[in-house]
Design a protein around this ligand. Structure first.
Ligand SMILES: Cc1ncc(COP(=O)(O)O)c(C=O)c1O
Length: 437
């Protein structure tokens, strides 16, 4: 085997071999022996309509026959033009321009670079700093790592990261202000305010994941925090970059999670669910004000010198358009809002199991944080054998899980029916009951 897998200690590969997936259909991954496993984490938080959806396959095949790929500088095409119109029509108000790229990290890099160059273009080159959250995650490229806060992903690369001002995450279970929601009055936002005061006149942008900090441990936080962060960014004349790479396209119950806080970002980063997890594709949406600051003569120095070979790949665009059609035809947001409470109730019913310290839920996501001691909240290390046991037991029960540090979670496709949800929940509960004894 010559494949080098991501986030994987390859020396343990032989003793802990990967699941060999041969095909996928609907909610299932199917291995070479025909065993079927629910893809309970949506193949890294991507799948929306289920694997191999006929409408998505048709859209890809039709587009492939007509125009497979073409560069996007000095060239345009209908799928990109249509998709940018559609994205603007579903995005929070104020976002009017769409820059395409290939993955979540590039969507964020684009936003960071656009923000930086915006301030330079309008004669404020001193605005070069970024404020972000501890435990935030925005991708693995250098700029993204610089504004992320999951230390395990950053440690080896610190010497080349640019400094960013990190503030404690709104992590209610481990409240940085030592308070309890909702009586806390979102006291933790004060740290963000302090960061912006300290950097007054220097901060280009505040970047965060809205309502759900996924890679940091499926931390769900109150919309009021996001609303306040948006207000503070505005009042300190800094951009707000909302990274909806994981939360976008209905995963939390609204098309975009930031809608729940009434926040209108300057930049919106999208990927993953954009193509329902079928094509590497991404988009960064920006406001007209940002866009206009890049206009000028070719030698004005205002041009955005950034691009990717596969920018606006026509097949990606066609698939994203088909996915958006399915949202409307299947009333998918209403469906998520209908099934989501059952997911939350079932997750909360597991709170009494040994080691379960906290239960979190939003939309199609439910997570259990496992601790050594419920009183002290000391986390179980992510390397503890119990996590491997949970994965193995879940597989035996036809459920593909991938715990994140000390967090075991479901991150389900938006199309999951009420019947499928019940089946997944009973396999999940049985797995945990049999391992956490
Ligand atoms: C919120 C968020 N931003 C950015 C990324 C990076 O996306 P990608 O892995 O496609 O580069 C991720 C990936 O999990 C993410 O969850």
């Amino acid at each position: 085997m010559r494949c080098w897998h991501p986030y994987t200690q390859m020396s343990s590969h032989a003793s802990d071999p990967p699941l060999r997936v041969e095909r996928a259909e609907g909610l299932f991954l199917v291995d070479a022996d025909g065993n079927r496993y629910y893809d309970a984490i949506s193949s890294w938080w991507c799948v929306v309509h289920g694997h191999g959806h006929p409408r998505i396959r048709e859209a890809a095949a039709r587009q492939m026959e007509r125009l497979d790929h073409v560069l996007f500088a000095g060239v345009t095409h209908e799928p990109a033009e249509q998709l940018s119109e559609r994205l603007v029509s579903v995005a929070p108000e104020g976002l009017s321009r769409v820059f395409f790229s290939d993955n979540g990290s590039t969507a964020v890099e684009v936003a960071l670079k656009m923000s930086l160059q915006y301030w330079r273009n309008i004669g404020r080159p001193e605005k070069t700093r970024f404020a972000c959250l501890d435990l935030g995650y925005h991708g693995d490229t250098t700029g993204c790592m610089s504004v992320s806060g999951v230390e395990a992903f950053r440690n080896a690369f610190r010497p080349i990261l640019f400094p960013a001002r990190r503030v404690p995450a709104p992590y209610c279970y481990r409240c940085p202000a030592g308070k309890e929601y909702p009586g806390c009055g979102i006291a933790c936002i004060r740290e963000m305010e302090k960061a912006l005061e300290e950097g007054e006149g220097k901060v280009a942008a505040v970047i965060l994941e809205p309502l759900l900090m996924a890679a940091g441990g499926m931390i769900v936080y109150p919309p009021e925090y996001l609303a306040e962060a948006a207000r503070l960014a505005r009042s300190f004349d800094a951009h707000l970059i909302v990274d909806e790479v994981a939360t976008g396209f209905g995963r939390t119950g609204t098309m975009f999670a930031c809608e729940r806080a009434g926040a209108s970002p300057d930049f919106l980063c999208l990927s993953k669910g954009l193509t329902s997890g079928t094509m590497p594709f991404a988009a960064t949406l920006a406001t007209e004000r940002v866009y206009e600051a890049f206009l000028g003569s070719p030698d004005s120095g205002r041009t955005f010198y950034h691009g990717h070979t596969y920018t606006a790949n026509p097949v990606g665009c066609a698939v994203a358009l088909a996915s958006l059609d399915l949202f409307e035809e299947n009333a998918l947001l209403e469906h998520v809002r209908a099934v989501s409470p059952r997911l939350g109730d079932a997750a909360r019913a597991l709170a009494d199991l040994p080691f379960v310290g906290d239960v979190r839920h939003i939309g199609m996501v439910a997570a259990l944080e496992l601790v050594k001691d419920k009183g002290t909240k000391e986390p179980l290390p992510g390397t503890a054998p119990v996590f491997r046991a949970i994965r193995a037991e879940a597989l035996r029960r036809g459920l593909f899980l991938r715990p994140l540090g000390n967090v075991v979670y479901l991150f389900l496709p938006q199309c999951t029916t009420a019947v499928e949800l019940e089946d997944i929940l009973s396999r999940f509960a049985d797995t945990l009951r049999s391992v956490l004894r």
